[in-house]
Design a protein around this ligand. Structure first.
Ligand SMILES: *Cc1c(COP(=O)(O)O)cnc(C)c1O
Length: 376
């Protein structure tokens, strides 16, 4: 069994996929071909955001947003403690300080009470300026943007939505990638909408920021790539990747998202009495980047993972180490007492095989194996 079966997806999409790839090779428009603009238009329309600017990956997308806001030395950016490394890495990369915030134990997203306490503590100390909040839509579920927006307004901070895992999710009818002042996503192959390599995109309604993003992505270009008016980077989405995403996007938006809701519901029906299953808030809709359960403690979690592996079933621990414990951030000297939930969850979570092409008997094989382990 595959953790996320991209081979099965390719078989399903093969005829259109092969045609689109061949088309790019025939046109040899490998950099900024027309497929890139076509994809950007489709994704902007889908998310309901005015501008979509594609780039090389989800990490660059986050960094480019911070560059547009001119965030740097002396600035603090608040980031959930439980996320992929990128969400914090980009803050240090622009010489600002990432301040990690504990998470909600049921949704895995940033905890707004802890966030406000840390913002106030920072204002009292007066050493750093609180500038932005990077809210992550972890495992596919949007963060609580209603509350986040109130906090951002109160303290005059920007919201950067990291929807690398959240593309396709929504709150009521409002789509992920539309909640931030700037929002980003990743097309890394295993993400909800993945390409066949690296890729990313940035979303904003702000015309000025969109123009700046397009410049920063291409060496800080002015009138052309050879007229350079600011220091930028080389961060573009390949035409081949755009073509692959154009082949995948209709299936993703019209079918795969629905299939994933059904697969998640089946998992939950089978597991709800034996482990803590995912909790999706009322009115929220997850894009199911991961289906993550919680076990009672680390020994049970690690034991279950080993047992699944022995039965040929893959699983993964997202995330083994909270951000504040990563050696790369050591010099920021975080207080471990600020992170009880992230510390606990890093020891108890386990993500199960999950993808839209999973068959019912495969789900049952996974859930029966989990049940037989827990009965021992
Ligand atoms: C994957 C991921 C990223 C980075 O995306 P890349 O395309 O791999 O650079 C950023 N944030 C989160 C939450 C992610 O899961």
């Amino acid at each position: 069994m595959e953790f996320r079966d991209l081979k099965r997806q390719y078989q399903y999409l093969k005829s259109d996929m092969d045609l689109r790839i061949q088309e790019v090779i025939k046109q040899t428009n490998f950099i900024q071909g027309k497929q890139v603009a076509e994809l950007e238009q489709q994704l902007a329309a889908y998310t309901g955001v005015k501008h979509c600017v594609s780039c090389a990956n989800g990490t660059d997308a986050l960094q480019l947003a911070l560059m547009v806001w001119n965030i740097g030395e002396g600035d603090a950016v608040f980031v959930p403690d439980f996320t992929f490394f990128s969400s914090g890495e980009v803050v240090s990369a622009v010489n600002a300080v990432p301040v990690f915030v504990d998470i909600e134990s049921d949704t895995y997203n940033i905890d707004c009470n802890s966030l406000e306490i840390l913002i106030q503590r920072m204002i009292e100390k007066g050493r750093l300026r609180p500038k932005a909040i990077i809210a992550v839509d972890l495992f596919g579920q949007p963060a609580d943007y209603r509350r986040l927006r109130k906090i951002a307004e109160k303290y005059q901070m920007y919201i950067l939505e990291d929807a690398a895992q959240g593309f396709g999710g929504k709150i009521e009818d409002k789509m992920a990638c539309s909640f931030g002042d700037i929002s980003t996503t990743s097309f890394f192959p295993a993400k909800p909408l993945g390409c066949y390599g690296d890729g990313g995109a940035i979303f904003t309604d702000n015309d000025e920021w969109a123009a700046l993003l397009k410049s920063y992505c291409v060496h800080g270009k002015g009138n052309s790539k050879y007229d350079n008016v600011r220091i930028g980077m080389n961060s573009r989405l390949d035409t081949l990747q755009a073509a692959i995403l154009l082949a995948k996007f209709p299936a993703f938006s019209e079918k795969e998202l629905d299939w994933m809701q059904k697969i998640a519901a089946k998992y939950t029906e089978q597991l709800k009495d034996v482990v803590k299953t995912p909790f999706v808030k009322e009115g929220f809709y997850s894009s199911w980047a991961q289906y993550t359960i919680q076990l009672s403690d680390k020994a049970v979690r690690d034991g279950l993972q080993t047992y699944l592996k022995e039965q040929g079933l893959p699983s993964a621990v997202y995330y083994q180490k909270p951000m504040h414990k990563q050696a790369a951030f050591e010099k920021n000297a975080y207080d471990d007492n600020d992170y009880p939930i992230a510390n606990k969850l890093s020891e108890t979570v386990l993500s199960l095989p999950f993808h839209p092409y999973m068959k019912e008997k495969e789900i049952i094989l996974v859930t029966d194996t989990i049940k037989s382990y827990l009965r021992r």
